[in-house]
Design a protein around this ligand. Sequence first.
Ligand SMILES: Cc1cc2nc3c(=O)[nH]c(=O)nc-3n(C[C@H](O)[C@H](O)[C@H](O)COP(=O)(O)OP(=O)(O)OC[C@H]3O[C@@H](n4cnc5c(N)ncnc54)[C@H](O)[C@@H]3O)c2cc1C
Length: 471
Amino acid sequence: MTDHQAYAENQYPHLRQATAAFEARLRGQLIRPQDPDYEAARRVYNGMIDRRPRLIARCVDVADVVAAVNFARDNELPLAIRGGGHNVAGFGTCDDGLVIDLGPMKGIWVDSGRRRALVQAGCTWGDVDHATHAFGLATPGGLVSTTGVAGLTLGGGIGHLSRKHGLACDNLLAAQVVTADGRILTASRSENADLFWGLRGGGGNFGVVTSFEFELHSVSVVLGGPIFYALDQCDSALRFYRDFMADAPEELGAFFAFLIVPPGPPFPEHLHNQTVCGIICCYAGSLEEGEEVVKPLLEFGPPLFQHVDRVPYPLLQSAFDPIVPSGLHHYWKADFMPELSDNAIAAHVKHGPGIPTVQSTLHIYPTDCAVQRVPAQESAYCHRQARFVHMIAVASPDPEQMPAGIEWTRGYWNALHPHSTGGSYVNFLMDEGDDSVRATYGENYARLVALKNKYDPTNLFRLNQNIKPTM
Ligand SMILES: Cc1cc2nc3c(=O)[nH]c(=O)nc-3n(C[C@H](O)[C@H](O)[C@H](O)COP(=O)(O)OP(=O)(O)OC[C@H]3O[C@@H](n4cnc5c(N)ncnc54)[C@H](O)[C@@H]3O)c2cc1C
């Protein structure tokens, strides 16, 4: 317990009583700083984040979430909501407040006939892919299986299937939400449609989502994996990637990367720890057609290494997990790009080869086809005109490597930013202030403020990429 927390407990005995009453209402566990589980429970994915909440409520059902929201509001405690805890800005935890940890809420119900899945808010994408794959179905999710469904979907959600089936939030059919006043609402196109609009990209600003209903698609075995090219070919590889993607069928998800080859299987020893560039692909359609589609990617270069094969979709979705375990230190910068222009390519060629650690990345994700078919005003997720989003990330288990890595990230981002749409992707933002949030939401910002005024006028849900109410 920090001095501040001890002081508050002594100064405010009513808080002790209110906490006891709250705990009596909870079915889940309430963790305090003196509890043995506290150290592990306060941590989030980004090891750089070191916050000490006063209480962590591990909610097991919607009633627990209602009790927790009411308790935080009535006692004016800072409130953090945690789905998978992957947010690099660390919004899944807080100092001196209450964390609502949805981790225990892991139910998934698949209705294969109607191609729907009802997913509780503590699930990861690994949980969802596992459950839906049994039916030969999937919905677009993130590229690392340990990422939370909740945060990723509420910010948009870009993945291998996005060119064909859109963002995760484009596949959201309904959500159950506990609002700041403790009500339980359903948000869909026909019920509380304004809230439904805000949930699809607006992050955790409007309430605690307790479950998500997703549309599912026929996806089972895909053709996918990495293809690496020599670093001195990166200029031509980037141009080739740009031109190839312009005509590629939307069944193909393929992102460009600079990376240091991890020192282990399946990578050949002579490439271990070498900096390369590459394309990671996933063809989710007829596998025979896919083999023809990816042929040019396998012929360009020729590649130093390729591992493209027929794999169950969940296997590809978890292929990166070992490289990015929880607890690494992370610092990220990102932007939406209208196109991969010659100027942007020049910036990549200058900065990409300087990637500092084996866990660091430059990724360029395509956000065209199905993502662009949704009008920008249709959901809170903005920048639908962007064909790509890039993410520059330094990551390391060693905090001493971070200052140089952060400098690399910022220098790289500064070189690319003038060629961007001017806004970033909310799920890749660190805590970068109000101007970044405004730029991220662009023309949708005013409507989001109006929604915030309606659903959370006192800004109870403010530990996020915050849309500030004006009331
Ligand atoms: C290794 C890694 C891989 C990633 N890959 C991808 C990717 O492929 N595609 C992509 O689009 N993004 C990706 N991301 C970014 C990811 O979308 C964000 O980090 C996202 O915030 C993670 O969601 P979470 O639930 O795990 O995080 P959390 O830290 O738990 O939450 C993130 C934010 O959402 C809010 N929130 C969480 N749950 C709820 C809820 N139930 N109701 C209301 N608000 C809630 C939190 O308050 C917080 O502000 C990746 C991140 C990491 C670290």
